[in-house]
Design a protein around this ligand. Structure first.
Ligand code: 6PG
Length: 241
């Protein structure tokens, strides 16, 4: 038994299918219950397959774009057309093909100076809980752009400026507080390269002493679960729930 509420899928494609299907369900439920769906997307490479699956009309046609606000869990401080931009990745993998209205997409203005980008995005995120936050993890246990040992891990700010050990170094990220209070948090983790850090995250959560940023998110969010493929889950003790 692990401390993580995890669903293990046979491979990355099955993970993308399951995550995309749940995304559409959560969007529909949020709109029915509250009239809107505010979701923060994950960056990096893992979610590309989920976003591409959402671009396919059989699922994508069910997304109520007029009631959806697409936000970003983090962004690199680069222009929106920069190859390192998480916004550009989501546009290319999903949003352009889906015809997402520009009014539905609230990117981080990475072209601004970092502190200005943080202030600007804090106004976008506001104080209301997000309906869904999608996250990945790095092999160092970071999530969004919250990195191990970062001073912002102790901040209560809902949007924080962080510094990545790898370029682009200047980042804007949701803070732990904004992630923890989301109505749903979903980690998407695939590949053998994440197996060791995932096992460490599970150990930290089970021990009640979360230290890595991803472990602190998992321990602080009552509505957090994990979409894993078998390769990433290989080192988890017991059978994930
Ligand atoms: C980013 C992401 C970051 C990402 C992890 C995993 O801006 O890079 O927000 O937190 O989710 O680094 O990245 P991969 O999915 O590419 O392994």
């Amino acid at each position: 038994m692990t401390a993580l509420r995890a669903s293990v899928l046979v491979d990355a494609a099955a993970l993308a299918e399951a995550c995309a299907s749940e995304f559409v369900e959560l969007a529909g439920a949020a709109v029915r219950e509250r009239g809107q769906f505010r979701v923060a997307l994950a960056g990096g490479n893992t979610p590309r397959a989920t976003y591409a699956r959402l671009a396919r009309p059989d699922l994508g046609a069910h997304i109520p774009w007029g009631r959806v606000q697409i936000l970003f869990g983090d962004e690199r401080c680069v222009p929106p057309d920069d190859p390192a931009s998480n916004y550009r990745m989501a546009r290319e993998a999903w949003l352009d093909a889906a015809g997402a209205p520009s009014t539905s997409v609230r990117r981080v203005r990475g072209e601004l100076a970092p502190e200005a980008a943080v202030a600007d995005y804090a106004a976008v995120v506001g104080t209301a809980p997000l309906d869904l936050v999608l996250l990945g993890i790095g092999s160092d246990g970071h999530t969004a752009s919250l990195f191990p040992g970062g001073p912002e891990l102790d901040s209560t700010a809902r949007v924080v400026r962080t510094t990545s050990p790898v370029a682009p170094h200047d980042r804007v990220s949701l803070g732990l507080a904004a992630i923890a209070e989301a109505r749903a948090v979903r980690f998407l983790v695939a590949g053998a390269g994440k197996a060791a850090v995932l096992a460490e995250i599970a150990r930290q959560v089970a021990s009640g002493a979360p230290d890595l940023p991803a472990a602190r998110v998992a321990a602080s969010s009552p509505h957090c679960s994990w979409w894993l493929d078998r390769a990433a889950a290989a080192d988890l003790p017991g059978d994930p729930t």
